[in-house]
Design a protein around this ligand. Structure first.
Ligand code: ADP
Length: 172
C-alpha cells in the first residue's frame, strides 16, 4: 500500500501547533488537569475553562468540542481516554472510540487539519506501542471513508513516541 500522505508525525508541543483543531487528552470532568490537558488550558487562557464548565463533563471514549481561545488552533476537541488497567477492561475499544469520535466532530465541522497527542499514554498508562497502533489504524480507516479532515498530525512529545509513530507510518 502507498504511504499515507494525509498522515504525519511531528515532534513538538501540541499547544504550539497551527491546526484547525487540536485534541486534548482530558479527564471526565473537562475541568483541566495535568500533562497535555494543563498545558492546553494554560495556553488557551481562562475562556477555555469557562466554556468547558458548560459542557458538564464527558464520558470515557467520547469527545466534545470548544473554541481555541488564545491558541493558534481554532478549536479544541476534548476527549477522555481510558485509564490502563491491564487491557482487560475494554481499554482498546475505548481508545479507538476517542479517535473515532474526535474525527467525527472534525468532519461535522468540516475542519481540514487536526492534531492529536498520544491520548492515554501519559499518566493514564496505556502502552505506547499499542496506543499508537490504535491511533494510526482508526485514523486511516476514517480518512478512507471521509473527505474531512484532510490532514491528521500526531504530535509526539518525545523521541520515543516519534519513533513509534514513524515505524508504524512507514510500514504501510
Ligand atoms: P493521559 O492522562 O491521557 O495519559 P497525559 O497528558 O498524561 O494524558 O499524557 C498524554 C500524552 O501527551 C503523553 O504521551 C505525554 O507525553 C504527552 N504530552 C504532554 N504534554 C504535551 C504537549 N504539550 N504536547 C504534546 N503532547 C504532550
Amino acid at each position: 500500500m502507498m504511504k499515507h500522505k494525509k498522515i504525519e508525525v511531528i515532534l513538538g508541543d501540541i499547544t504550539r501547533i497551527k491546526a484547525d483543531v487540536i485534541v486534548n487528552a482530558a479527564n471526565r470532568s473537562l475541568l483541566g488537569g495535568g500533562g497535555v490537558d494543563g498545558a492546553i488550558h494554560r495556553a488557551a487562557g481562562p475562556g477555555l475553562l469557562e466554556e468547558c464548565k458548560s459542557l458538564k463533563g464527558c464520558e470515557t471514549g467520547d469527545a466534545k468540542i470548544t473554541k481555541g481561545y488564545n491558541l493558534d488552533a481554532k478549536y479544541v476537541i476534548h476527549t477522555v481516554g481510558p485509564v490502563w488497567y491491564g487491557g482487560g477492561d475494554d481499554e482498546h475499544n475505548q481508545l479507538a472510540s476517542c479517535y473515532q469520535n474526535s474525527l467525527k466532530l472534525a468532519k461535522e465541522k468540516k475542519l481540514k487539519t487536526i492534531a492529536f497527542p498520544g491520548i492515554s499514554t501519559g499518566v493514564y498508562g496505556f502502552p505506547r506501542d499499542q496506543a499508537a497502533f490504535i491511533a494510526v489504524t482508526e485514523t486511516k480507516r476514517f480518512l478512507e471513508k471521509n473527505s474531512y479532515p484532510e490532514k491528521v498530525s500526531f504530535i509526539a512529545f518525545d523521541e520515543e513516541n516519534l519513533e513509534i509513530y514513524q515505524r508504524l507510518l512507514n510500514q504501510e
